[in-house]
Structures are given as C-alpha cells and as structure tokens.
Design a protein around this ligand. Structure first.
Ligand SMILES: Cc1cc2nc3c(=O)[nH]c(=O)nc-3n(C[C@H](O)[C@H](O)[C@H](O)COP(=O)(O)OP(=O)(O)OC[C@H]3O[C@@H](n4cnc5c(N)ncnc54)[C@H](O)[C@@H]3O)c2cc1C
Length: 536
C-alpha cells in the first residue's frame, strides 16, 4: 500500500518512536526492504536535532541545531540510501577548507584535504610536524578498517567478535592488544607525543569536544585521529538548502515506500508488539518497536517494570547555540583563509580546551570557552540573501547547574539557565569574536541564542542541554553504551530495540545505530538460514 494512509489501520511491521536521524534511517532501511513502518514524532517537525528555520531574520536559513554532515556522508546509512535520497532532493556541497583554529594572538592553523597540504601546513608551524602527520597517516590508514569498524559494528554480536578476530589475525595477539591499548590514549598524550608545535595540538584538540569528550579523557586520542583522517578524506559536507533536506528526503523515501510518518504524536508506553500514545491510541508492531530515545525515557517512562535500570546513566556537558544574521560577510583579521573556512575554532589551544572542560566539570562558566564558528555560506549561498553573512556558533563547554563564573564576571544567580544569564554569556562570547571580526557587531541584523534549557525544551532527547545523548566517558561508551547492564541495541523486552545518540556508536549524524538495528532486523534468522540450506 502506498500514500502513507496506514495510520487508520494502526498495524505495522515496525513502529519507530522518534524521528531523529537514527529513527528515520532505520525506518527508511526497513521500508525499502518491504516492511510496513510507522514513525511517530512528538514534535511538529521531523529530524530531532536536525532542523532548518528562519530564526533570526526572514530569508536567513539557520541550521538551528546540527549543521555538519561528514558523519552522515561517511556512514552506513548513507552508503545504502544515498542514491535514493538524492532522488528526493538531497544534494551535498563540500569544501577544500573544512576547518582551522584561530589563536588569541591572531595566528591560525588549518586542516586541509590532502596529506601533502596538511604536511605543508603543519611544517609552517614546526619543521618536523609535516613528517609527523605523514607518520600518523602511515600508522592509521593500514588499520583504518579496524578503527572505523568499531564505530560501524554491533560490538556485542558475531560481527563484533569478528572484528576482534580480524585484528588478532592481522596483528597477532600481542599486536592486537597493543592496538587496543593505543585506542585508549588521551588526545593530550597523543598530540604531545606526535607533534612538536602547540599550533598542531590546538588544531585537533577542539575536535574531541565534537565527540563529547575532553582532550584529557580516555580514548579521545583515538577519536581525534578518526576525525583528522575523516576530515582530510571527506571534508565538511552540508546539504544544499540546510540540514533539514536530509530529514525531509528520509521522510519522503519512507512515504514513497508506503510508510507512515506522523508528527505531533507523543508515545507514552512501548511494549512487546506495539506502543501506546499519550492520547491513548495503540499502534501495533508485529516485528519490532524501535525507540529513538534516551535511556532515561526508555526505562523511566516507556517500558514498564524497569524504572531503576537507567538510574546511573550520566548526561554530559551542556551546550549553547548562537545564530547570527549579518548585513555583510564577517571580515576576519589574520589569515585570508579564515573567511572561507567552514568551521573555525577560537581557542588558546590544547591547554585552553582542557582548562575550559575542567572548569565546566566543576560547574563553572568557562573563562575562555572554545568557540566553534560555523560558516555554512562558505559552501551554500542559498542560506542567506546575496552579499549577507550568517554564523552558526556552538559552545560545547557549559554546566547544566551553574555554580559560578570562572572569569568572575557574571553573577550566575540561582544557577539556572535564565534568559538573562543566557544573553550575558552570549555577550561575552560575542565580545571575544569581535576582537577577530571587527565588522561583527556593526553588521548584526539578528541574534538568536539557545541555552541548554532551550535545547532541552526543544527536544526531550537533549536532556540537560547535552547534545550527545549522555556522557561518553569510557564506562558509557563503546562496549558499555548505553548501559553496562544493557549494552548494544536490544532491550530486556523482546522485540523492543533502542537507537539514538545514547546508544553505540553514539552521537552525530551518522545514523549508525539506526542502520545497525535495521541490519539485525533484516538479517535472516538462523532458523530460516538453516531451512534454506536444507532446501538446497
Ligand atoms: C546543537 C547541536 C549541534 C550538533 N551539531 C552536530 C553536527 O554539526 N554534526 C553532527 O554530526 N552532529 C551534531 N550534533 C549531534 C547530532 O545532531 C545528534 O547526535 C543526532 O542528531 C541525534 O540523533 P538521534 O537519532 O539520537 O535523535 P534526536 O535528534 O535526538 O531525535 C529524537 C527525536 O525523538 C523524538 N522523541 C523522543 N521521545 C519521543 C516520544 N516518546 N514520542 C515521540 N517522539 C519522541 C524527539 O522529539 C526527537 O525529535 C549536534 C547536536 C546538537 C544538539
């Protein structure tokens, strides 16, 4: 049946709770394989942390939350669905200048698109660092399938065990143990051992924030290398017209296959064989219920009888977004490349990121936060009227409950994210930016700031304004995500599956958990494989 009119039947093969990238990717893969699917979304838009809207001045199209799609383009779901999504209007734009870091003294360093360019750029800061870059690639690339494989495999499964076996066959038992040990190194230890220049350290250190870690956390060195290679090889793709195009294309594809996507439907209970909405309607799912939610909601609200299971689950740092509509493009002081770079990090460097993260761990507003300055117009002119400017600013080092200000400037009152506190903190960031972009303040036509509290209010999954679905400390990551007592994507309830940023392989727009669950659901069962063999 086509046309999305299945809602009246309320009976499907699979019901997906939540339309985040993982829910949509899973639904699209299942519907393409012939399953009848229904996606239920409580908000009035599809995409969760994907949304494009005019939130400052009409004609300025802002990616309100997420914006950068290298994880999607490099991920499992895109590999399967990319061609179909292109038919539904999804087009990716890319750049030769994906990212750079600007230091307080006006000097900057860039991560570019080829090994030669990166080696030359790092040599500019220290003559030995170009060779160090090549050495890093020489060590990383031969085992890139293992490094990326960890993020593309259901670890608690035969495939997961297979990845381990592959590592032992290739590297030997000792070699595999050594490789695994190296995955646990912190970004600080890796960067300070590999590169001489602090500019090189400061180029890569801010990127670990995008994986929910800090530069002194276990495994942040591995994540920094994965990102360094992924950005060199894949750039910083974004969809023409805004991130929403990805969610729209996924919804269109699901509907084209006869699936249903309904917004404004809040699911209250999930159980074996279906879900019940807050309005008391029941949707049956004969093969699977897939919940794109946090563990807190899954075990605390949706599933009956597991209220205490996720009690120990911890959320990570909070974040803030600042969106600017500008009357003209930002004129950066310093290196000409800054104005054409998709993402510029403003930070004193590795120690600056480390200090800000530590201040946040202690409940303080950081004195000198790492400012992520996103410039989508460097690739996609359709996001603003001709000749204008638009900035997407992200601050990933904020506490949920604020004990004080590390700079001693802002009175944090009762420690909650009030509108006043939000705007005062944004003013501090703006003043820092204005030191490097002299025309910033004179060209502001509109500014919209989203505090951690605003993020939580916009999407129930962004609990405490944590953009990454829960702390990614080692005990909640990889083999232990989302919960050490329930890792992977199965839940204790038969037929109910868990996807989303809170589950392996974690946050980001890769759609990885949705794809991993779809893959498992579509795998013929052992019984049906045995039957086939007997028939042969
Ligand atoms: C501000 C911000 C910036 C980011 N920037 C980037 C970026 O540039 N690149 C990148 O790769 N990643 C980025 N991330 C991370 C990335 O966007 C997220 O990890 C990812 O989008 C999460 O997807 P998800 O599948 O977990 O679901 P979510 O996007 O969290 O969506 C879940 C959906 O489920 C719905 N839902 C929940 N419970 C129910 C219920 N009971 N009934 C019905 N519906 C329900 C919610 O309303 C929501 O729409 C960013 C995140 C944030 C917040």
């Amino acid at each position: 049946m086509h046309g999305g009119s299945r809602l009246s039947e309320r009976a499907f093969d699979a019901v997906v709770v939540g339309s985040g990238v993982n829910g949509l990717a899973c639904a699209a893969l299942l519907s393409r394989a012939g399953w009848s699917v229904c996606v239920l979304e409580r908000n009035d838009w599809f995409g969760g942390a994907i949304k494009t809207a005019d939130i400052t001045v009409p004609g300025y199209r802002h990616d309100v939350f997420s914006a950068w799609h290298p994880l999607w383009v490099g991920g499992l779901a895109h590999a399967e669905l990319g061609a179909d999504l292109e038919r539904h209007g999804l087009e990716y734009l890319n750049t030769e200048l994906p990212t750079g870091t600007l230091y307080p003294d006006g000097e900057s360093a860039f991560l570019l698109r080829t090994a030669d360019e990166n080696a030359a750029e790092l040599d500019r800061h220290h003559a030995e660092d170009g060779d160090a870059w090549r050495a890093m690639l020489g060590e990383f690339l031969p085992n890139a399938d293992l490094a990326f494989g960890i993020l593309g495999t259901e670890l608690w499964s035969r495939e997961g065990a297979g990845l381990g076996v592959k590592a032992v066959r290739r590297l030997g038992r000792r070699g595999a143990a050594e490789y695994a040990g190296k995955l646990l190194v912190s970004a600080r230890d890796w960067l300070e051992t590999a590169f001489r220049s602090e500019r090189a350290h400061g180029l890569l250190a801010p990127w670990v924030l995008h994986t929910g870690l800090g530069p002194d956390a276990a495994a942040s060195g591995y994540m920094a290398q994965v990102i360094a290679v992924a950005v060199q090889e894949g750039g910083m793709p974004i969809p023409r017209g805004g991130g929403q195009k990805l969610a729209d294309a996924l919804v269109d594809l699901i509907r084209e296959q006869g699936g249903t996507c309904e917004a404004g439907v809040d699911v209250e209970r999930a159980f074996e064989g279906g879900v019940r909405t807050a309005d008391g309607e029941t949707f049956t799912a004969s093969r699977a219920v897939i919940c794109n939610v946090t563990p807190t909601q899954l075990y605390g609200d949706l599933l009956e009888g597991f209220e205490r299971k996720a009690e120990g689950f911890r959320y990570g740092r909070s974040e803030m977004q600042i969106h600017y509509a500008l009357a003209e493009p930002p004129r950066w002081e310093g290196d000409d490349r800054l104005g054409n770079t998709a993402i510029v990090h403003l930070t004193p460097g590795l120690d600056g990121v480390s200090r800000a993260v530590n201040e946040v761990e202690r409940g303080l507003l950081p004195a000198e936060a790492t400012v992520v300055v996103g410039q989508p117009l460097t690739m996609d002119g359709s996001r603003a009227p001709d000749g204008k400017g638009l900035l997407w600013i992200q601050l990933q080092e904020l506490p949920w409950k604020i004990k004080g200000d590390a700079a001693g400037e802002i009175d944090v009152g009762g420690g909650d994210w009030t509108e006043g506190l939000r705007e005062r903190y944004a003013d501090r960031i703006q003043a820092r930016l204005a030191r490097h972009i002299p025309n910033l303040e004179s060209s502001i036509l509109g500014r919209t700031v989203l505090s951690p509290a605003d993020l939580q209010a916009a999407n129930v999954n962004l609990r405490h304004g944590d953009p990454y679905g829960g702390s990614l400390a080692l005990d909640q990551n990889f083999l232990w995500r989302p919960l050490p007592s329930q890792p992977g994507h199965r839940t204790p309830v038969p037929g109910v599956w868990h996807v989303g940023a809170s589950t392996h392989p974690g946050p980001g727009l890769g759609g990885g958990s949705g794809a991993l669950v779809a893959r498992q659901l579509l795998q013929p069962s052992l019984l049906s494989r045995a039957r086939k063999l007997v028939r042969r």
